[in-house]
Design a protein around this ligand. Structure first.
Ligand code: ZN
Ligand code: ZN
Length: 247
């Protein structure tokens, strides 16, 4: 299966990741990735960069050595009302915002609370992707989350690192999420969640799930850079034209 995008990568700026942007770009290119999002952790994560890291992303070229670099963030969903730790003004300057639940910021809660936090984050309109929703530490009402994602036109992430030890026990949940997304008209994106360059663009475990549930490839944005650009443009991102040569 051809995969052209990776919507979830960290650089050394995240504080517990080990590669530079240049190293990630080189790895993306070698893996056949045309468009990659740089999504370092937002400030409330221990060791994460200051907000100025995100405000200054304008210095990063749109395209480096033929690989498109989307200016992104992995924001923390902080509250059941869906609030994130990146101000709206800054969100508007970014190309791609992942919203994730992380243990140090949002203590794992019951299914109802976790579900409501994710749905409200989508409803608030500031997140483009829900990161690693299969995390077994955060039980969710899978149908409710994927239906909300379809309704609010938000991408659901299949996170490859979840299957490589990051979030043990994700596989069963991710399979159920992919099945529910298949049946709900929901769109999916693949994220490597790389914390080191060697895993950028590596999606073997995600592809297994996509194939196993026969997920309709027209709703997998990752198969063509242009699909991700179109999806983000529909969400109101005005900078997608700067990547037109990647189509
Ligand atoms: Zn995360
Ligand atoms: Zn991450």
């Amino acid at each position: 299966m051809q995969i052209e995008t990776d919507t979830h990568t960290h650089t050394i700026s995240s504080g517990h990741a080990y590669s530079s942007l240049a190293e990630n770009v080189a790895a993306a290119k070698a893996a056949g990735i045309k468009l990659m999002a740089m999504t370092d952790h937002a400030p409330s994560m221990p060791g994460a960069p200051h907000l100025w890291h995100f405000g200054n992303l304008k210095v990063v070229p749109r395209i480096i050595d033929g690989v498109g670099v989307l200016r992104g963030v992995e924001a923390n969903i902080c509250h059941i009302d869906g609030e994130i730790d990146v101000p709206e003004k800054l969100v508007k300057q970014l190309d791609l915002v992942i919203g994730s639940l992380h243990e140090p910021i949002f203590a794992p809660n019951d299914e109802k609370t976790n579900t409501q936090a994710l749905i409200n984050a989508m409803k608030n309109g500031l997140v483009d992707v829900i990161g690693h929703p299969g995390n077994p530490n955060y039980p969710i009402d899978i149908n409710a989350v994927v239906e909300a994602a379809a309704h609010y036109r938000v991408l659901i992430e299949l996170n490859n690192s979840s299957f490589l030890g990051s979030r043990r026990g994700s596989h069963k949940n991710c399979l159920a999420i992919a099945e529910a997304a298949r049946d709900s008209g929901t769109w999916i994106t693949l994220g490597s969640d790389s914390h080191i360059a060697y895993t950028v663009g590596q999606f073997a475990e995600c592809i297994d799930i996509i194939e196993q549930v026969q997920f309709p490839l027209e709703r997998l944005v990752s198969t063509h850079a242009g699909k991700l650009l179109d999806f983000l443009a529909e969400r109101g991102k005005t900078t997608m034209g700067e990547y037109h040569q990647l189509r």
